[in-house]
Design a binder for this molecule. Structure first.
Ligand SMILES: Cc1cc2nc3c(=O)[nH]c(=O)nc-3n(C[C@H](O)[C@H](O)[C@H](O)COP(=O)(O)OP(=O)(O)OC[C@H]3O[C@@H](n4cnc5c(N)ncnc54)[C@H](O)[C@@H]3O)c2cc1C
Ligand code: FES
Length: 352
């Protein structure tokens, strides 16, 4: 029913005790096109049926031969544990393709300073962006501020050292360790005060402009945002990717207009196949579709990963305010099924 592509595992590379990079062979006829910073939506057996999980791509388009994701095990996690511990060369993974708007597009003639913040597995999309900038934007400089517990938990430690040796004039890596077991640039957590301190100490490279990319756990992202704001960095220069929702999502009752009194009949074009389901009052579109036995793509269920994006062809949807779509996407009729409530009796939707 879903338009997924099966990818063969070429090899599994251990990065740390609890993280691996999974290198995937690209199929000849259905290559996965992606940009640096995007994630791969995997179709997995989880949540009592078929589910999806997003994993950022650590390889760099145009540079690396394999399409690679880097996964860190989460205690009790259904999928991350299987990927980190139970996968080997020759196994298969199903993917719905590359998605996401946390994207870096290198321009050969650009001269900019990229300041990258990462913590833990948040390094994954940042690593792809970093390599892309170093290899494909020769006039640009990169500073990476990378937070971890200790040296053993630093994903890509050796690879970053090799890149520093290869690009000594263009790459600066600052390690921030919360429980240092060896000398590091900064000890402690990546707080807003530390962000201000680090920014003040970064090399004053003669770059045309400075852009900021950040990826890590919710708390770290809030600190980075606050630190950058304290330094007067405009929001337009900051790009953020979160692996988990920033704050608990609003309860359905708190969404004005979401409580339709009657059920809605939804006609959905799911990857070219027409299907129908009914949404009861108070249910999200995703909840109702899954309850009907359908398998639309989804991952975070919280409105920020955009894996469940659909296009509204007719009828009305009310979404929670905090969502990962831009004003232009909403205007084009896009909506997120996981935080979307129908407010008309009939709805026509399409999932590409
Ligand atoms: C856009 C995006 C990109 C991502 N990229 C990566 C990546 O490059 N590498 C990577 O390892 N993971 C990444 N993730 C997280 C990944 O999609 C899964 O959420 C994670 O692997 C947990 O899945 P699970 O099935 O193991 O855990 P589940 O069985 O779904 O959850 C088990 C427990 O862990 C908690 N939990 C779930 N997700 C997280 C999380 N992200 N952080 C902390 N606690 C969590 C749950 O609340 C639950 O208590 C990304 C997520 C998104 C949305
Ligand atoms: S599942 Fe992530 S936005 Fe809906």
């Amino acid at each position: 029913m879903s338009k997924s592509t099966t990818l063969k595992v070429a090899s599994v590379e251990r990065e740390t005790d609890d993280a691996v990079t999974i290198h995937l062979k690209q199929p000849l006829l259905r290559r996965i096109q992606y940009a640096a910073g995007q994630y791969l939506t995997l179709e997995v057996d989880a949540d009592g049926g078929k589910g999806c999980r997003a994993y950022s791509i650590s390889s760099t388009p145009g540079l690396d031969k394999t399409l690679s994701i880097t996964v860190k095990r989460i205690a009790g996690g259904q999928v991350s544990n299987r990927l980190v511990q139970g996968l080997s060369a020759g196994d298969s993974l199903r993917t719905l393709g590359a998605h996401g708007r946390f994207v870096f597009s290198p321009q050969a003639g650009e001269r900019r300073h990229l300041v990258l913040f990462a913590a833990g597995s948040g390094i994954t999309p940042i690593f792809s962006i970093l390599k892309s900038a170093l290899h494909f934007e020769p006039g640009s400089r990169v500073s990476l501020v990378y937070g971890n517990r200790n040296t053993d938990s630093v994903i890509f430690r050796d690879k970053l050292e090799r890149l520093q040796a290869m690009f000594p004039e263009r790459l600066r890596v600052l390690h921030v360790l919360s429980r240092p077991d060896a000398p590091c640039d900064h000890s402690g957590r990546l707080t807003r005060e530390r962000v201000v301190e680090v920014l003040a100490a970064l090399p004053t490279w003669d770059a045309g402009r400075t852009e900021f990319y950040a990826c890590g756990p919710g708390g770290m992202m809030e600190e980075v945002t606050a630190g950058l704001a304290a330094c007067g960095v405009p929001a337009s220069a900051i790009h953020m990717e979160s692996f988990s929702p920033p704050k608990p999502a609003a309860a359905p009752a708190a969404i004005p207009g979401a409580q339709s009194a009657t059920s809605t009949r939804v006609h959905l074009d799911l990857h070219g196949e027409p299907v129908e389901f009914t949404v009861a009052p108070g249910q999200t579109l995703l909840e109702a579709a899954l309850a009907s036995g359908l398998q639309p793509p989804f991952s975070c269920r919280s409105g920020f990963c955009t894996a469940c994006m659909c296009t509204r062809l007719s009828g009305e949807i009310r979404m929670r305010e905090e969502h990962g779509l831009s004003a232009a996407e909403v205007k084009q009729g896009h909506a997120l099924m996981c935080i979307g409530y129908p407010i008309s009796e009939e709805l026509r939707l399409r999932i590409e």
